[in-house]
Design a protein around this ligand. Structure first.
Ligand code: TRP
Length: 340
């Protein structure tokens, strides 16, 4: 609950929607960076359940996934003493600020959002106002905490640019209120693609489970998915393999797991067969995920531990968020409310 911690380091904020299963792509593209950056930043890491209900969710599954995702943040190595981990719905200021920011967001801007267009095609039967206003909620997530840096995938860059525009618009209309955040897009080399459809990035919500490695997949499932991953009609690794979408993706995953440059990995496998690559990659994945899964199991079994971390995280988040929201109310001209 100390302000001290947040004052000394710049603020890093990110969130993942509790849908599907956290996948290797989430680890490489997001969680790994969070862990590596926690030395230099004060991290605010959310499970964004309010965002998730823009698409219908089954209540029991949503509840389980929120807890499971938070436990996986911890298992990945986020230190809850140095950072804040919480569930978005535990901090009512997100929905409150989102309403206000809706009034500072133009329909013309929302109409341009590619994620809205994609999801409207995918969920044709449920194009709701929440799906449309989603970027204003994301802006609220970020602006409530006077965030400095937001690490996101390339697909979220448009939302982040809109967040910056909304913040600047509010600041210009009144007076400086929100910090205008910077995006941090991790290097393209570490982009993990789908195992079957190498045109798409590996997505945790893919309807075909063979497209992704879940961080909680047991060893036999990992081996099967890697064995089935698409390659090409050649049979052995050469320096050209990196340009082959399927084989290149497997080499990239191997390089990320082993912290080796892609050239070193190509050298290592040079003239070996695709099945050698797949076997060694599957071994590396199993070895990497085993300690992660053990930590996860321990966290999930320890009754009360996770709840305590989430309660504490939400309490600290509410404290920080309410400071910004009070300032926003004052600037807008809302009459201060009495203490409850
Ligand atoms: N929209 C993001 C996604 O779909 C998730 C998200 C919600 C987020 N709020 C955020 C990411 C704030 C970064 C910061 O991936």
């Amino acid at each position: 609950m100390t302000e001290l911690q947040t004052n000394t380091k710049p603020i890093l904020l990110s969130g993942i929607q509790p849908s599907g299963h956290l996948a290797l792509g989430n680890y490489v593209g997001a969680m790994r960076n969070w862990v590596n950056m926690q030395e230099d930043y004060f991290g605010i890491f959310m499970v964004v359940d309010l965002h998730a209900i823009t698409v219908r969710q089954k209540p029991a599954e949503l509840r389980q996934r929120c807890l499971s995702f938070a436990a996986q943040y911890l298992a990945a190595g986020i230190d809850p003493d140095q950072n804040i981990i919480f569930l978005q719905s535990h901090v009512p200021q997100h929905a409150e600020l989102a309403w206000i920011l809706n009034c500072f967001t133009y329909m013309g801007e929302l109409n341009r959002m590619t994620q809205f267009k994609d999801k409207s095609l995918r969920y044709e039967e449920n194009i709701n106002a929440g799906l449309y206003a989603y970027p204003a909620l994301m802006a609220a997530d970020i602006l409530l905490y006077q965030t400095d840096l937001v690490p996101v995938g390339a697909d979220q860059k448009q939302h982040l640019e809109l967040t910056r525009d909304i913040a600047a618009r509010f600041n210009n209309t009144y007076s400086p209120t929100f910090k205008v955040p910077e995006p941090f897009i991790p290097e393209a080399g570490a982009r993990i693609m789908s195992l079957q459809d190498t045109e798409k990035k590996m997505s945790k919500s893919d309807s075909n489970e063979n497209n992704y490695i879940s961080l909680l997949d047991p060893p036999d499932v990992i081996r099967r998915k890697i064995r089935r991953a698409v390659t090409d009609s050649a049979t052995e690794i050469t320096s050209d393999s990196i340009h082959s979408p399927g084989v290149g993706n497997l080499l990239t995953i191997y390089s990320v797991l082993n912290n080796q440059s892609i050239d070193d990995v190509v050298n290592h496998f040079s003239s070996q067969s695709y099945s050698d690559l797949k076997n060694e990659l599957a071994d590396a994945l199993v070895a990497f995920l085993e300690p992660f899964q053990n930590r996860y199991d321990t966290i999930m079994k320890e009754k009360g531990y996770l709840t305590k971390i989430l309660d504490d995280g939400a309490k600290r988040a509410r404290y920080m968020a309410s400071k910004t929201l009070t300032k926003v109310h004052r600037k807008l001209g809302f009459v201060p409310a009495g203490r409850p």
